[in-house]
Design a protein around this ligand. Structure first.
Ligand code: CA
Length: 226
């Protein structure tokens, strides 16, 4: 999934983004409000993690604008919002939630807690189970394990993230651009064949019968009825 971290403390932004990348997320970092607005208008984010105090404004106003649809964002729906802040009195927490934040985490926090909240926020509304399953494929984002027919799959971080994205969107034909938007970050070169190569490797590891179908001219799909 594609995440935007809006945080002006470089060490914290760095630690959080490294941790989330290790879990297979594509992560971009913005150091302030203007930078964040630019990025939100140029990539399809699934989740935005917003600090409250930023050098050129505050995350609360950014959250409010995002939730009200006052910002230009790409994609069919706005990113979920997790407010991250040192403010911990009740009024501030209420203000954060009133601004439309989907969740709220107070600094300092344990990375494991941030990760658990990120996972919960990325779950789609129609997903009740934290584990994803299609056919004989089974994936647990929390434990970072995937299996097919009961046998563990040995996937790279990117292959895992790609499979996770497919399992979250069964029966949807996903274009190469969509996959690049949600599974890779801004460091990915859109003109390389990175998506094709990763899909090819994933297919090999998933084995037979084939799981990832090519829809000529449109993209790829994983069918619910495998
Ligand atoms: Ca700050």
């Amino acid at each position: 999934m594609r995440l935007l971290i809006v945080e002006d403390e470089p060490d914290l932004a760095d630690a959080v983004s490294r941790g989330l990348r290790r879990r297979g997320h594509a992560v971009d970092v913005a150091g302030g409000v203007i930078d964040a607005e630019l990025r939100l208008g140029s990539a399809e984010y699934d989740l935005a993690i917003l600090d409250w105090n930023l050098p050129d404004g505050n995350g609360l106003d950014l959250c409010r604008a995002l939730v009200r649809g006052e910002l230009v964002t790409l994609g069919p729906s706005r990113p979920r919002v997790l407010m991250l802040t040192a403010r911990d009195d009740v009024d501030d927490r209420v203000a954060g939630l009133d601004a439309g934040a989907d969740d709220y985490l107070i600094k300092p926090f344990a990375f494991a807690e941030l990760e658990a909240r990120v996972r919960a926020l990325l779950r789609r509304d129609d997903e009740s189970s934290p584990v994803l399953a299609v056919g004989d494929i089974w994936l647990d984002p929390a434990r970072f394990v995937a299996e097919r027919g009961g046998s563990p799959l040995s996937l790279t971080v990117k292959e895992f993230a790609l499979l996770e994205f497919f399992l979250r969107h069964p029966d949807e034909v996903l274009s190469q651009e969509t996959l690049l938007e949600h599974v890779w970050d801004e460091m990915a070169d859109p003109f390389t064949n990175t998506v094709r190569v990763t899909i090819s490797n994933l297919r090999k590891k998933l084995g037979d019968p084939p799981v990832v179908e090519t829809v000529p001219g449109r993209g790829y799909v994983v069918r619910h009825a495998l």
